[in-house]
Write a protein that binds this ligand. Structure first.
Ligand code: ADE
Ligand code: ZN
Length: 334
C-alpha cells in the first residue's frame, strides 16, 4: 500500500481545527456576493495569491478579513457542513472544532447566529457524514479581557453545546497568564481548557497554559522543546500536543518541513497529534498534513498509526469511545 493510501484509510480524530479557517476561496467569494460584502479580490486565483504569509500576524489579517462574509446562520451552517464533508471523506471519525465568536460579534453578528449555525452543521454533518464532534469556544488573546468575559457570559447560555474553551490569535506579547481568571470561571462551569502556546511564543507560555489555565491540551506547543524540564514533566503526565505541520510551514514557524519538530517531540515521549489548523489557508486538510510530515520526516506506518491512536486518546470522547476507535487503529492495515 502506498503511504498516501495508508494515510487516507487510517481512522483519525482532528483536534485543532478553526471552523473559520475552512473557508475556501470559492465559498468566500460566493458568500461575499450573496451577502453584499465587497472583498478586495476579484476571483479565486487572486485570493489564493494573497495566501503568502511571512508570519502568524499576516495570516490572521487575511483570516479575519475573510470572516466578514459570514453573516447569516446559514453561512455558518454551510461552512460547517463543507468541513465535515471533507473530514468524513478523509476518514476523520471525530472532530473537535474551534470557533472564534469575537471575530463575529465584534462585527455585529449575534453570538446566537454563530453558534446556532455551527451547531446545526455539526448535528447534520454527524448524520450525513458519520463524523462525531465537540465544540470549543476560543477567546482572542489580542482583544480585551473584558470582551472575552462578555463572550463567556453569552456562551454559558449554551453551556450544553460546548466541551471546552480555548485561546488563539496573536500570541507574542499576549501571555496565557492574563486569562487565568477567565479560564478559572469557565472551568468552574465544567468546561475543559485548551490553549494555543509555543507556536510563535516561548516555552514559558506553554508552562503558563498548563500551570495557570489548567489546560487539558496544548495547541501547537512546538517551542516546548526549548525547556527540557517542562518537556520531561509534560511527557510524564501525557499532556497532548495538537501539532499542525502545514500551518507551521506556511507561517514560517519552520523553514522547511524537514526541520519540523514533530519527530523530536515524539522522541521526547510527548503525546503528539497531527491536525490541519486552517486547512483552506495552509494547503491541506488532515491527510495532507500527515503526508507532508511522513514524507519529510520519514515516518513509517507504525508511527502514523501511533499518531492516529494519540488523536483519539487526546480527544474529549468518553473512555469507551476512545477504546473502540483505538482498537480500529490497531487493526488497521495489518
Ligand atoms: N487562529 C486561527 N489559526 C490560528 C493559529 N494557527 N494560531 C493562532 N490563532 C489562530
Ligand atoms: Zn490554531
Amino acid at each position: 500500500m502506498t503511504i498516501e493510501r495508508f494515510i487516507a484509510g487510517l481512522p483519525k480524530a482532528e483536534l485543532h481545527l478553526h471552523i473559520e479557517g475552512t473557508l475556501e476561496p470559492e465559498m468566500a467569494l460566493a458568500l461575499g456576493r450573496r451577502n453584499g460584502v465587497v472583498l478586495p479580490w476579484a476571483n479565486t486565483s487572486e485570493l489564493r495569491a494573497a495566501y503568502d504569509f511571512a508570519n502568524l500576524q499576516e495570516f490572521l489579517d487575511l483570516y479575519y478579513h475573510g470572516t466578514r462574509v459570514l453573516i447569516e446562520e446559514r453561512d455558518f451552517h454551510e461552512l460547517t457542513m463543507a468541513y465535515l464533508r471533507r473530514a468524513g471523506a478523509q476518514n476523520v471519525r471525530h472532530a473537535e472544532v474551534f470557533f472564534d465568536a469575537q471575530a463575529h460579534t465584534a462585527r455585529g453578528v449575534p453570538f446566537a447566529t454563530v453558534i446556532d449555525g455551527i451547531w446545526r452543521g455539526l448535528r447534520e454533518g454527524e448524520q450525513e457524514f458519520g463524523v462525531s464532534s465537540r465544540l470549543i469556544l476560543c477567546f482572542l488573546r489580542d482583544r480585551p479581557i473584558a470582551e472575552a468575559e462578555e463572550i463567556l457570559d453569552q456562551a454559558l447560555e449554551y453551556r450544553d453545546r460546548l466541551v471546552a474553551v480555548g485561546l488563539d490569535s496573536a500570541e507574542v506579547g499576549n501571555p496565557p497568564g492574563k486569562f487565568a481568571d477567565l479560564f478559572a470561571r469557565a472551568r468552574r462551569w465544567g468546561l475543559l481548557a485548551v490553549a494555543h502556546a509555543g507556536e510563535e511564543g516561548p516555552a514559558e507560555y506553554v508552562r503558563q497554559v498548563v500551570e495557570r489555565l489548567g489546560a487539558s491540551r496544548i495547541d501547537h506547543g512546538n517551542r516546548v522543546l526549548d525547556d527540557a524540564a517542562l518537556v520531561h514533566k509534560l511527557a510524564r503526565v501525557g499532556m497532548p500536543f495538537t501539532v499542525c505541520p502545514l500551518s507551521n510551514l506556511r507561517l514560517g514557524v519552520v523553514a522547511r518541513m524537514a526541520d519540523h519538530p514533530l519527530q523530536r517531540m515524539l522522541d521526547a515521549g510527548l503525546l503528539v497529534t497531527v491536525n490541519s489548523d486552517d486547512p483552506a489557508y495552509f494547503g491541506g486538510y488532515v491527510n495532507e498534513n500527515y503526508l507532508a510530515a511522513a514524507v519529510a520526516l520519514g515516518l513509517d506506518e507504525e508511527t502514523l498509526r501511533g499518531l492516529a491512536r494519540n488523536s483519539f486518546a487526546a480527544s474529549f470522547l468518553d473512555e469507551a469511545a476512545k477504546r473502540n476507535y483505538i482498537a480500529k487503529v490497531d487493526s488497521y492495515g495489518t
